[in-house]
Design a protein around this ligand. Structure first.
Ligand code: ADP
Ligand code: MG
Length: 486
């Protein structure tokens, strides 16, 4: 293939331009020229579609854009001229550019301000505010363009007429939900007030297994679930193509021949060295599966947050044990019943190694008259053995009241815990360690079932909670009167 001319555009998906609607794209294109970066064909294609005007209302047809495209394609660049166009549409408009972190967003903003100052457009604004924390370009009509970090913004919420969320791959479902929940309710009012339909843009290259929100969103869009007012653009090599074939990359990269030539493409590949996954992701827009998807999504975890419970007389309690790989630490959790409400699992304690665990567990068992649930296999096997073997010298009865958990039960326990969360059949108390582990805790297949994947990171707290819940649901003939006063 000749590399003299740019290849023809081959998106994996592109919402088609509807010729029955006019588009405001030409004006955005003009701003791009004035900012020194005339649009290349794919940029114009996306802008023409997202700028379509609904003949019935005279404003934008679309309220959402989802755009995934390779690195070095010019995706961040088009948000800038679009923001300018948007800000000039009327007085007192608010547009936000949100990047992964506040620093990323500020860097992009500084870059934008450089081209702004060089362009004739600069007379339309007041001098840009460049101090960290309150960076803004304010137009003479009162409209503003502001940068921000997506994580911070998801915490307090931003309102406005246009929000660009860039590098969406870094967001959790909960963060994306918070962003949307802060924005959407105000859009109807803004539309009425300004006559311009507010939009939210989600732009990104593909991420990895941890890209909770983007993966879910792309999976649904690719399955054909595309809402009427969402414009969807998906660039990248075909999912089964070889990312190491530079011809393929060239053919499917919409910046090829416009922003770099074939010789530069080979140099880009060299820069990635032995990072094949990183290369496939950046230049093929292929998801990096190196990190597996979390088992409990952030929204579910957030929605199942319960209170911290102090066990007392009349409550049903079971303890669960989780041991980290290499027996470096032991986590103790409790599942505690509540009247008329689902039980709560909570972390009780974290111990170094496993050595002090038997004494502590005995204390808890006695004090709360509660059984203990521990997996007899895996990293907790040795500790489970110690507990199982300990007999009372007088009665020859086992000292520890271990839940009768068979190997076949241990394999279903994680799914039981997850299902219970999904059905709001169990809540979890706030806990920094659990909150941290849940972000990365992934599944590992075991026959038809799954277990916590211990190789990707520490899941001892997840195990402890899983065991506590399983033991709790399998407590035989428990009676409230069994519980002692303490
Ligand atoms: N239409 C354009 N004309 C000239 N240069 C462009 C254009 N679009 C993007 N660029 C340049 O190409 C590079 C990559 O663009 P960027 O928007 O940062 O890409 P992405 O966000 O997709 O990684 C930047 O240096 C940018 O200035
Ligand atoms: Mg970018």
């Amino acid at each position: 293939m000749s590399h003299e001319r740019p290849p023809e555009l081959r998106p994996r998906h592109a919402t088609a331009r509807n010729p029955e609607r006019k588009t405001d794209g030409a004006l955005v294109a003009r701003f791009s020229e004035l900012l020194g970066k005339p649009m290349i064909p794919w940029q114009r294609q996306v802008i023409d579609v997202i700028s379509e005007i609904d003949p019935a209302t005279g404003t934008y047809w679309y309220d959402e854009l989802v755009l995934t495209v390779q690195r070095q394609a010019g995706k961040t660049t088009i948000t800038k001229s679009y923001d300018v166009r948007n800000a000039l549409w009327g007085a007192d408009r608010q547009t936000w550019y949100l990047a992964q972190t506040g620093k990323d967003a500020n860097d992009q903003f500084r870059d934008f301000v450089k081209s702004w100052r060089k362009s004739r457009l600069r007379r339309l604004s007041r001098p840009p505010r460049m101090s960290n924390g309150s960076m803004a370009l304010e137009f003479r009509n009162g409209s503003q363009i502001r940068p921000g970090g997506a994580t911070e913004a998801a915490g307090h919420g931003v309102q406005g007429d246009l929000i660009n969320v860039d590098e969406v791959w870094s967001l959790s479902k909960l963060q994306a939900k918070n962003l949307k929940d802060g924005f959407i309710p105000t859009t109807t009012t803004r539309l009425k007030l300004t006559g311009v339909r507010p939009q939210i843009w989600w732009t990104s290259t593909e991420g990895n297994g941890g890209s909770e929100y983007l993966n879910d969103r792309l999976d649904r869009l690719r399955a054909g679930d595309i809402p009427d007012r969402t414009a969807f653009f998906d660039f990248g090599i075909p999912f089964d193509a070889d990312p190491e074939d530079l011809e393929t990359i060239w053919r499917y990269h919409p910046g090829a021949g416009h922003l770099f030539d074939f010789a530069q493409l080979a140099e880009f590949r060299q820069q990635f060295d032995d990072d094949a996954e990183g290369w496939a992701r950046a230049f093929g827009n292929i998801r990096d599966d190196g990190i597996t998807e979390r088992a409990i999504d952030s929204v579910l975890w957030h929605d199942t947050l319960g209170p911290v419970i102090r066990p007392e007389r009349g409550l049903k309690v079971c303890f669960g044990v989780g041991v980290a790989m290499g027996a470096t630490r032991t986590v103790l959790a409790a599942c505690i019943g509540r009247d008329g409400k689902p039980p709560v699992v909570q972390i009780v304690q974290e111990l170094d190694g496993t050595g002090t665990a038997p004494a502590r567990l005995l204390e808890l068992q006695e004090r709360y008259n509660a059984p203990i649930c521990i997996d007899r296999r895996g990293p907790s096997a040795a500790l489970a053995d110690v507990l199982a073997r300990e007999l009372d010298p007088d009665t020859w009865e086992p000292v520890y009241r271990l839940t009768d958990m068979r190997a076949s039960d241990a394999v279903t326990a994680p799914q039981s815990f997850l299902s219970a969360l999904e059905q709001k059949g169990v809540a979890h108390a706030p806990d920094p360690m659990a909150d941290e582990q849940v972000c990365t805790a992934a599944k590992r297949k075991s026959g038809d079932a799954w277990l916590w994947n211990r190789t990707a990171g520490d899941v001892s707290a997840m195990e402890a909670m899983t065991m506590a819940y399983w033991g709790y649901t399998h407590m035989p003939a428990w009676q409230a009167d069994d519980v002692q006063v303490f």
